[in-house]
Write a protein that binds this ligand. Structure first.
Ligand code: NAI
Length: 482
């Protein structure tokens, strides 16, 4: 019988996953531990460290009853029957595989600590997204340091999407559990299965071998990102031909073999996982002597980069090929709506590109703090997922061109153009008449998420660019943008 569960890593995955597990399994004590004191303090306060619809309510119901947040990592690992590991697995920035391979430093140190402090048998669960066969390495670390204690490793990758994490955790499409195909492995899989069976229908709990579970997570993210890059590549062709990407996506998505989801054209995908996991997949393909497979997946990232560059170039070329000294409002900085997460958000690339062209940016996002935006715009590639002490921050000078404000009307006042970079619902209902009146003319809107009503905005007087939609005559006459 599982009495106590602990999760190492109180991040976007560890926090919500364990909160829902605690709510659904009231007889199990669940502790979420982290080396970051500010993060744990925030989990214990009224202002949780991450914004997720519905999460406050779940945490309030269980915290202090059977859900605890603590920095006493060793104590909780020692006491637990099941230890989830949900630490960050960034892209390596240096050495072998830099820019592609997953950096397992944090994972390995967690595994060594588990081996050090354990005095009883434990099930160790990979919750983080890891390269295929990581479990084998972890198993070796644990067994070589185990002092005779038995560890079973399971892979239980998390499929939640930020912004809908609580909903996804309550009602997952599937729960995937990979384990060793022997009696001890099957017993461990059964124990974890019983935990999830408190609220997930058993037919949705898929059990596989370890390697299939590890690879399925990378594969799922690669397939999802590939759909976005496919529709985005199509959006460029729509703009060139007069087709409308929304109509094309609808026509394509009604084919039941394809399906309607994840077919929205946009300024590009972001988030902590897609790029990192595909780079990781590419590296694994290369290491296994499969360059054609690696190149196939590389293209998904290249199209995403192309889409961000194409968008920023469109902004500059439309505004007479110069944004130097012009105020440009940025509406939305998070990588998607309903999250404050900015990791790998396309807004970083678009803003950096406009700053390099000497634009003055006025940024507004309903959930992202100024400090975070400034940090994101100053950080070297891939550094965001490493500890603060290892992050390289660019010179402050660049950021003088950037201001962060607290509402959309302030951001757009006296601006020459507006870039909508996150699909926050509130941007749909802005008073665009008022905004138009306060802007310099001609007033441009570049909608990177296809959220504004372009017809209405054109009636008001805006020149509107919507991704993948037939172009305004103004934009048609401007130079090519690739
Ligand atoms: P995160 O960066 O928000 O959280 C990771 C936490 O682990 C940090 O708070 C860090 O302080 C802590 N940590 C690192 N080393 C530690 C150690 N040795 N002991 C104790 N705590 C330690 O990361 P996030 O987003 O929760 O992701 C975690 C993993 O889950 C990653 O592998 C990610 O790829 C994967 N994942 C993320 C999803 C997402 O939507 N964010 C979805 C599915 C999987």
């Amino acid at each position: 019988m599982v009495k106590k569960i602990c999760c190492i890593g109180a991040g976007y995955v560890g926090g919500p996953t364990m909160a829902v597990m605690a709510l659904k399994c009231p007889e199990i004590e669940v502790s979420v531990v982290d080396i970051s004191e500010p993060r744990i303090n925030a989990w214990n306060s009224d202002k949780l460290p991450i914004y997720e619809p519905g999460l406050d309510d779940v945490v309030k119901q269980c915290r202090g009853k059977n859900l605890f947040f603590s920095t006493d990592v060793e104590k909780h690992v020692f006491e637990s029957d099941i230890v989830f590991v949900s630490v960050n697995t960034p892209t390596k920035t240096q050495g072998l595989g830099a820019g592609k391979a997953a950096d397992l430093t944090y994972w390995e140190s967690a595994a060594r600590m588990i081996a050090d402090v354990s005095k009883s048998s434990k099930i160790v669960v990979e919750k983080s997204t890891v390269p295929v066969r990581t479990a084998e390495a972890i198993e070796k670390i644990l067994t070589h340091n185990s002092k005779g204690i038995e560890f079973q490793i399971l892979s239980n990758p998390e499929f939640l999407a930020e912004g809908t994490a609580v909903k996804d955790l309550y009602n997952p499409d599937r729960v995937l559990i990979g384990g060793r195909e022997n009696a001890a492995g099957e017993k461990a899989v059964q124990a974890l299965r019983d935990v999830y069976a408190h609220w997930v229908p058993v037919e949705r709990i898929i059990c596989t071998n370890l390697w299939s579970a590890e690879l399925s997570k990378l594969a799922a993210n690669a397939f999802l990102a590939q759909r976005i890059s496919s529709v985005n590549a199509m959006s460029a062709l729509c703009e060139a031909t007069g087709a409308d990407i929304t109509q094309v996506a609808h026509a394509v998505g009604t084919d039941t073999r394809i399906g309607p989801k994840f077919l929205n054209a946009s300024v590009g995908f972001g988030g902590s996982c897609f790029q990192k996991d595909i780079l990781n997949l590419i590296y694994i393909c290369e290491c296994n002597g499969l360059p054609e497979a690696a190149n196939y997946w590389k293209q998904v990232i290249k199209v995403n980069d192309y889409q961000k560059t194409r968008f920023a170039n469109r902004v500059v070329s439309s505004m007479f090929n110069t944004v130097s000294g012009k105020k440009v409002a940025i509406l939305g900085f998070a990588f998607k709506k309903d999250t404050g997460d900015t990791r790998e958000t396309p807004a970083i690339d678009v803003c950096n590109r406009l700053v390099a062209d000497k634009a003055k940016l006025s940024i507004y996002d309903p959930q992202v703090l100024e400090e975070q935006i400034r940090k994101d715009l100053s950080m070297a590639r891939f550094d965001w997922d490493h500890p603060v002490s290892l992050q390289q921050i660019k010179a402050e000078g660049m950021l003088e061109q950037v201001s962060v404000v607290s509402d959309a009307y302030e951001a757009t006042k006296d601006a020459h153009g507006i870039c909508v970079l996150t699909e926050w619902d509130e941007f749909k209902s802005l008073d665009f008449k008022r905004i138009f009146e306060s802007m310099r003319k001609p007033a441009f809107v570049f909608d990177g998420r296809n959220v504004v009503d372009a017809v209405k905005l054109r009636e008001i007087g805006f020149i509107v660019y919507s991704i993948g939609k037939p172009l305004d005559s103004w934009l048609k006459n401007m130079p090519s943008v690739a």
